[in-house]
Design a protein around this ligand. Structure first.
Ligand code: G6P
Length: 505
């Protein structure tokens, strides 16, 4: 019997969090309503965070508060800005918060994505620290605090905050209502203390995060970095307990590597819909008689997209036998395109793909096919299943769920994963071909190894990776996270707090 399933999580929440409101907060919403011609379509945005949390919410129910970013979002909500999702068979409630253009520019494009994102991903993109962005970041955190407090009322409530857009929110909530149970998961890396010390509002952000009862990162290294950084504050740090105490309140810092719904993903991978998309891709991309390598990423400078195109270029230079045979499909989902660094990477990828194609193309073949748009999951899974190898070349990545999705799609036990050693996923997926994405030779050699791996070795590696992802799925992540609250003392809830907060699992 499987240990970690949706039902296990559902039962856990039903019995242990009984009597508590469950509120998730994130910037990116799990469902977005958009105008397509005259119709309104509802789709799931490209976000590792949102795709990991959605199955958890489907199991737990509750309320998810997020920025309403779709151009038809207002049409879909009721008078309380709420909409039941998923639209076809609702399982939880989404409450949308509306942000002005200035708020989005300062909070999302500014402080979150031009300061914290590059600061935490050590990918050599310089952070921008603008006081106006910082003020807007604070204001948007306040706006979300108001929404959470309105929804929580005076009921016992557990608030589960997602990611780096809301570092000030936990403290704001704690100051407003000291008996809220507050936890946060930081989906991106946390850099070392010295790197973080360049952040001009270091003290405020640390103080904000120390409003949490529990703060989760993917890896022990990120926890350690955070604890070291917090040591710069007037706070008592207990290294052994992984606990930071400030102003009489303790925050426990723990690693929880996030994952996917492996069973659901594998089932979809075997569906007729995916088979139909495989036939279509084969035809559209003229894959007959060809070898296929793939990459699927948001168009982000942390993902190492130019790097992997350079691997391909070098590989074709070293191995002429693959010219005319190997097709590399890069899906690059447009992302944060209002920001200069994202426009630059977009241009760089275009130019590089064109240059490589000019260099190697023949009348009936070109090595790079660049698809710059968002595709529904079934179409991506179809690509996974057609690929001889998948490349995840991130320069730095908290986890990277594309790697886990590729593995879950390969119910046939085939396919090779080439994986950057700077992803969180590399600590679990030891049977991937691990590379240093900064080394072109390393990457080009991995292409060679992937295409020439003995079938027994290939199957053995995929089998082991599938076992790992199957066991360490997103339900395990959620139960472990919620269970960790069990070790925490909540004097405010003495006698009436939910069992999960009393009994360790
Ligand atoms: C990363 C972040 C998420 C974010 C996603 C997509 O995975 O950890 O919080 O949602 O990127 O980025 P976007 O800016 O489109 O939300």
């Amino acid at each position: 019997m499987k240990v970690w399933t949706r039902d296990v999580l559902r039962e856990f929440v039903r019995t242990k969090l009984d009597g508590f409101r469950f509120i998730v907060v994130s910037n990116r919403e799990p469902f977005e309503h958009k105008r397509v011609g005259r119709r309104v379509e509802c789709s799931q945005p490209a976000s590792g965070m949102a795709s990991a949390l959605d199955p958890v919410m489907r199991a737990c129910g509750g309320l998810w508060i997020a920025h309403g970013s779709g151009d038809a979002d207002r049409q879909a909500v009721d008078q309380y800005d709420r909409v039941a999702v998923p639209p076809e068979a609702p399982e939880y409630t989404l409450r949308r918060v509306w942000l002005s253009k200035d708020e989005i520019e300062g909070h999302y494009s500014g402080l979150s994505n031009q300061a914290i994102w590059p600061l935490c991903h050590v990918a050599f993109t310089r952070p921008v620290f603008d006081p106006a962005h910082w003020r807007m970041y604070r204001r948007v955190n306040e706006r979300f605090a108001e929404a959470v407090l309105e929804e929580a009322g005076n009921e016992p409530t557990f608030v589960f905050i997602q990611d780096y857009h809301f570092a000030l929110l936990p403290r704001m909530l704690r100051n407003a209502r000291s008996n809220l149970v507050i936890a946060q998961f930081w989906h991106i890396p946390w850099p070392n203390r010295q790197v973080f010390s360049s952040f001009p509002w270091q003290e405020e952000i640390l103080d904000g995060l120390l409003g949490n009862d529990l703060l989760g990162f993917h890896l022990p290294q990120h926890c350690q970095n955070f604890i070291d950084t917090a040591g710069a504050l007037e706070a008592r740090v207990d290294q052994a307990a992984s606990e930071v105490c400030r102003g009489g309140h303790s925050t426990f810092v723990r690693p929880f590597p996030i994952s996917i719904d492996f069973d659901e993903h594998s089932a979809v991978a075997e569906s007729e819909a995916v088979a139909a998309h495989m036939r279509r891709w084969r035809e559209e991309l003229s894959l007959s008689g060809k070898l296929l390598g793939i990459g699927i990423d948001r168009l982000d400078y942390t993902k190492g997209i130019p790097e992997r195109l350079r691997f391909l270029d070098r590989f074709l230079e070293m191995h002429p036998g693959y010219r005319g045979k190997l097709v590399f499909v890069q899906v690059a989902v447009p992302s944060r395109s209002a920001l200069p660094a994202y426009r630059e990477i977009d241009k760089e990828v275009d130019l590089l793909a064109a240059k490589i194609n000019r260099r190697w193309r023949t009348p009936f073949w070109k090595p790079v096919i660049l698809l710059k748009r968002h595709f529904p999951a079934v179409e991506m899974i179809a690509l996974h299943r057609l690929a001889h190898f998948c490349v995840v070349a991130s320069l730095h990545d908290g986890m990277n769920l594309v790697a886990k999705e590729f593995v879950a799609s390969r119910t046939d036990g085939e396919g090779v994963l080439i994986l950057s050693k700077f992803t969180g996923a590399s600590t679990e997926l030891k049977d991937a071909l691990q590379i240093n994405p900064f080394s072109i030779e390393d990457g080009a050699d991995a292409f060679d190894l992937a295409l020439n791996m003995h079938p027994d070795d290939r199957k053995r590696r995929m089998h082991k990776m599938r076992e790992t992802v199957e066991e360490n799925n997103v339900y395990r992540w959620a139960v472990k996270f919620l269970s960790a609250l069990a070790d925490i003392e909540f004097p405010e809830y003495a006698g009436e707090r939910p069992a999960a907060l009393q009994v360790a699992v």
